[in-house]
Design a protein. Structure first.
Length: 105
């Protein structure tokens, strides 16, 4: 992971939500809860992101019960590393802003 990635807020929250296995609706609820309702994922947006994140190897689909349409996902070690790198990037942004703005309102 040599390149610096800037994740969208939605993708970052999806990765955080999947620190514990969840299905799609659970991810939507967890993201809304973590963001204080500011980030609300539409089903189409969520499932497009899940497919993309699976393709990158950042999350994985868990084996489901036979006959069940409900899919559960979880973060992979690679996804955890990406989320950690994003946390560090955001902390640097906040620290630089605080240093330059001096906490002024």
């Amino acid at each position: 992971m040599g390149e610096t990635l800037a994740l969208t807020e939605a993708v970052y929250y999806i990765l955080l939500a999947l620190l514990q296995p969840l299905h799609g609706y659970g991810i939507m609820q967890k993201v809304a809860q973590m963001s204080g309702g500011r980030v609300r994922l539409a089903a189409g947006t969520l499932y497009g992101a899940l497919n993309n994140l699976c393709g990158k190897g950042w999350i994985e689909e868990l084996p489901g019960e036979a006959g069940s349409r409900k899919k559960e996902y979880r973060i992979t070690p690679a996804g955890r590393a990406v989320a950690q790198a994003e946390l560090q990037r955001l902390q640097e942004l906040a620290a630089n802003g605080a240093a330059l703005l001096g906490g002024a309102e």
